[in-house]
Ligand binder design. Structure first.
Ligand SMILES: [Zn+2]
Length: 133
């Protein structure tokens, strides 16, 4: 018996600011070609009704339609938080479906998420950590 294949959906493939970027007048940002419009990077893995989103950007949350576990990658840029800023936007899934979304991120990434969204963790903070680098 083989497992169902995992469906991978690219929710965004742009830069940390997305493309087009505000106030940028470069050739790509002003392009009329829809292929040049790329949201902030994020992936959705789905199988048998279970979903895992890798990085919750401000763009990706409105593309999700069901309870979703969250995996957050470490930021490659310490001044960028685009990969977690949509974290709060998926809370309606948890509230309406009474689903407590599991999260997987490295300790430092979880520390950043917990600080940025402290009100989410006020009741019962819980995290699973990946290995430290
Ligand atoms: Zn540009």
């Amino acid at each position: 018996m083989s497992a169902a294949p995992i469906k991978l959906t690219i929710l965004g493939s742009g830069t940390s600011m997305g493309v087009p970027s505000l106030a940028c007048h470069c050739r790509v940002c002003t392009s009329k070609d829809p292929h040049d419009n790329r949201l902030r990077p994020s992936l959705l893995l789905s199988r048998n009704g279970q979903n895992v989103v890798i990085d919750t950007t401000p763009d990706s949350a409105n593309k999700l339609s069901a309870s979703t576990s969250i995996a957050s990658t470490p930021s490659s840029n310490p001044r960028s938080r685009d990969h977690i800023l949509g974290f709060d936007d998926i809370r309606p899934f948890n509230i309406r479906q009474k689903f407590r979304a599991p999260g997987l991120q490295q300790r430092e990434t979880f520390r950043i998420i917990r600080r940025a969204f402290a009100y989410v963790f006020d009741d019962h903070p819980h995290a699973k950590h990946g290995p430290q680098r």
